[in-house]
Design a protein around this ligand. Structure first.
Ligand SMILES: Nc1ncnc2c1ncn2[C@@H]1O[C@H](COP(=O)(O)OP(=O)(O)OP(=O)(O)O)[C@@H](O)[C@H]1O
Ligand SMILES: [Mg+2]
Length: 155
């Protein structure tokens, strides 16, 4: 189970979307299954960009369509050598906790061999377990984002 790995510092400033994707790919290497990753931050802060890098890091082939229109997107990993079998990518912007339960959140989130990534976790905060990893994205300028990892939501 990943919280914050020892060699990953927990605050970054990226200066391009490529850098943010690389950070996502770096996190991908640390995943062992069962993680719930909450991506918090404003519109355009880089949550989906980060997720794309993470998916690419796991060798999941694109296109990584934004879940914005689907709410939930499931990516399956087929390699036998891979412990991870599925990534669930949720965009909770337009939904609430009840909606999330209706799409089966309780059945897949936190289960071993899968990773659940949630954009706009605040919208469904009631359902987020305390073990979740929180990553906060802050817009600094057109190309700069501050990305902060923490094992609990900062209040
Ligand atoms: N350093 C950076 N990191 C991430 N994205 C960046 C950076 N610099 C510029 N961008 C641009 O900012 C935009 C980030 O959009 P993205 O869809 O990832 O945001 P989001 O947080 O998922 O927003 P939403 O809440 O609307 O889903 C992209 O157009 C990306 O190219
Ligand atoms: Mg997004």
């Amino acid at each position: 189970m990943l919280y914050i790995s020892t060699y990953m510092i927990n605050e970054y400033v990226t200066t391009s979307s490529i850098q943010t994707k690389k950070l996502g790919a770096l996190l991908a290497e640390e995943l062992s299954g069962g993680e719930i990753i909450c991506l918090a931050g404003d519109l355009g802060a880089g949550k989906t960009t980060f997720t794309q890098g993470l998916l690419k890091g796991l060798k999941i082939k694109g296109p990584y369509t934004s879940p914005t229109f689907a709410i939930l997107k499931e990516y399956k990993l087929k390699a036998k050598s891979q412990k991870l079998k599925a990534i669930f990518h949720i965009d909770a912007y337009r939904i609430n906790a009840k909606d999330l339960l209706e799409i089966g959140f309780a059945d897949f989130a936190g289960k071993k061999n899968s990773v659940t990534i949630i954009e706009w976790p605040e919208k469904v905060h009631k359902l987020i377990p305390t073990k979740a990893l929180w990553i906060n994205f802050q817009w600094l300028s057109e190309q700069e984002r501050k990305i902060t990892l923490s094992s609990k939501k900062e209040r």
